[in-house]
Design a protein around this ligand. Structure first.
Ligand SMILES: [Zn+2]
Length: 79
């Protein structure tokens, strides 16, 4: 373990400020289990920028799932 991670959004490399357990606990409060499986690691700046868009992204994915006749969880599991 190098103690760093690469942000999937901006591509920057950052030192871990939280333990994996703390980060997982934080993410678990914000995302569903299926979303977590589908979520790449992003840095705090990108996270703060992304969160206000989450309701819109969820709504769009809900519509996509509905159009396919499946649940949102099923859509996320398909990748
Ligand atoms: Zn980033």
């Amino acid at each position: 373990m190098s103690g760093t991670y690469t942000c999937a959004r901006c591509g920057g490399t950052f030192g871990k400020v939280w333990s994996d357990d703390e980060a997982a606990a934080e993410a678990a409060g914000a995302f569903t289990a299926a979303e977590l499986e589908d979520t790449d690691v992003i840095c705090d700046d990108c996270y703060q920028e992304f969160m206000p868009h989450l309701p819109r992204i969820r709504a769009e994915m809900d519509q996509e799932a509905a159009a396919l006749g499946i649940t949102l969880d099923e859509l996320l599991r398909r990748g």
